[in-house]
Design a protein around this ligand. Structure first.
Ligand SMILES: [Zn+2]
Length: 226
């Protein structure tokens, strides 16, 4: 009944609302690969609305950051970046059972890593080799997110995920100012901070980066994400 009324209004629904609703259904069902039937049962708008807006169900899922687990040929880089994000969220090296879709910020399941690398331990070994490879660190002209350095600067302001992971692991995921870590207190969020702020000429290099908790980072600088 409600669905019929909302279908009439489909052009008015902001895309973000549609995507947020897909994610809500995913959270409710504890999966990131919800079906159209699931969505029709639990969603606010009806799967047809999403299909029309995004072209296909998979495109709708992917726009919502869901259903990624069903993708084939996910680049290793994406799997490693996700691993780094989970590591940062937990404040420690993740173990296999930490890698659960949509828990600990993970976009992929443990099975995805096991299929690709043979085992979780092997995934960790390859990850560390990849992060530590200087060829992967030296992206000073353009990083994976397309941040381009301003003229006169050697590095872009944005800290790519490999540098972030390297700094976190070097600092044992502990805030260098107050010692807080998500490993001890899950409410702690870690940031990577420029010791000399980028705005004052500090470069985005490992020597000028440190791990801070969000509280110390905001206290230190007016640039929250610096
Ligand atoms: Zn701190």
């Amino acid at each position: 009944m409600q669905k019929f009324e909302l279908k009439l209004r489909q052009r008015d629904i902001p895309e973000n609302d549609l995507l947020a609703d897909i994610r809500n259904v995913g959270e409710r069902l504890h999966t990131d690969s919800i079906t159209k039937t699931n969505y029709d049962q639990y969603g606010k708008y009806g799967a047809t609305t999403l299909l029309r807006r995004f072209g296909s169900w998979n495109k709708a899922l992917s726009a919502a950051g869901m259903g990624i687990n069903n993708r084939i040929n996910i680049p290793n880089e994406e799997l490693f970046e996700n691993l780094a994000n989970v590591w940062q969220t937990l404040g420690r090296q993740p173990v296999g059972k930490d890698i659960t879709k949509s828990a600990n910020a993970s976009k992929f399941s443990l099975g995805t890593y096991e299929k690709r690398f043979g085992s979780w331990n092997k995934a960790l070994v390859v990850f560390v080799q990849y992060v530590e490879n200087p060829d992967n660190q030296a992206e000073t002209t353009i990083d994976s997110e397309g941040a381009v350095p301003i003229s006169g600067r050697r590095t872009p302001r944005k800290i790519n995920w490999r540098l972030r992971a390297t700094v976190l692991i070097r600092d044992n995921c502990i805030c260098r100012m107050c010692g807080a870590s998500p490993a001890k207190d899950p409410s702690v969020t870690l940031h990577i901070d420029h010791v000399v702020p980028w705005s004052k000429g500090g470069e985005t290099v490992i020597e000028n980066l440190q791990t801070l908790c969000s509280v110390c980072n905001i206290g230190k600088s007016d640039e929250v994400f610096d």
